[in-house]
Design a protein around this ligand. Structure first.
Ligand code: MN
Length: 285
């Protein structure tokens, strides 16, 4: 199932080119603050799923083109991310200042939840930072379904709710990684969450990213140094993973600059596809 958020916090199920509003079934008030409706929907999924499936039988939806999709899971307890998790990306970064200065590529880091945007939004490069490089990183978002602490690797995939496309936009430099990756709009996630059962085996799915139609990045989760299950085991050894938490997979070779006027497209097999413009932010950083 493809679970989306749209038109000001509504929860929807996407089937082909149609979206079905299931906010009421999920008990979600679209205007609520904080916007934790998707987190609660994920936490209650075993109970909600059969109700949603029953309600969809014979239901008339809305054309997907007539709604505005939002990032599906805007208020997780945690947005974790794996650094330099594909060997070909580690290789391409080796000569850069961060690596030369002894920057570490182990464990995980975090991005601010507030950096997340959806498929109808724009990546806004901060003004006043001319001369700095901003890169795209094509990643898989792993969305946690059930709480877990010290999850063993062999049980880790049971904790996955689903997957989404994620672009880890990054300002290169020597400042703390969390800051460089947390600017507003620096984490497009979407276009929806595809549940794990619909994705099936995630290891061989193609992850691709284009800039202005040119293919820049292409790999598969099978090439992650820390795999999906290992990432869940590692992060749950440190933190309690909660329903709705997101882990970004890390990226493969081919990262490169984004400038205002670019259009970036990410597509992951059986997960989804989204295309976002890159603009200049009006507010100096
Ligand atoms: Mn990354």
């Amino acid at each position: 199932m493809k679970l989306a958020r749209f038109d000001g916090g509504r929860i929807g199920v996407v089937r082909d080119a149609t979206i079905f509003d299931v906010s009421a079934i999920c008990g979600v008030d679209p205007g609520e603050w904080p916007p934790v409706g998707m987190v609660r929907t994920i936490a209650r999924w075993p109970e909600l799923r059969p109700k949603i499936e029953a309600a969809l039988t014979g239901a008339r939806g809305t054309p997907l083109a007539d709604v505005r999709l939002e990032t599906p899971d805007p208020w997780p307890n945690k947005l974790l991310a794996l650094p330099s998790n594909f060997q070909d990306h580690a290789d391409e970064m080796r000569g850069r200042p961060y690596a030369k200065a002894g920057g570490k590529d182990e464990g995980f880091f975090m991005k601010a939840n507030s950096s997340m945007i959806g498929p109808a939004d724009a990546i806004a490069l901060p003004a006043g930072l001319e001369g700095r490089e901003f890169h795209h990183e094509c990643e898989l978002a792993i969305v946690i379904g059930t709480r877990g602490r010290d999850v063993p690797v062999e049980r880790a995939l049971e904790h996955v709710f689903g997957y989404a496309c994620l672009i880890d936009v990054t300002m290169r430099g020597l400042e703390e990684r969390v800051m460089r990756k947390s600017y507003e709009t620096f984490c497009p996630v979407g276009p929806w969450i595809t549940t794990a059962d619909e994705v099936g085996d995630p290891f061989d799915i193609d992850m691709r990213l284009w800039v202005n139609g040119e293919l820049r990045q292409h790999s598969q989760p099978a090439k992650m140094k820390v795999g999906i299950a290992q990432a869940i085991a590692m992060s749950s050894a440190v933190t309690t993973l909660e329903p709705g938490d997101i882990i970004a997979s890390g990226t493969m070779a081919g990262v490169g600059p984004l400038v205002a006027g670019d259009e970036v497209t990410i597509e992951i097999d059986r997960v989804g596809k989204m295309r976002l413009p890159v603009v200049s932010a009006a507010v100096p950083a």
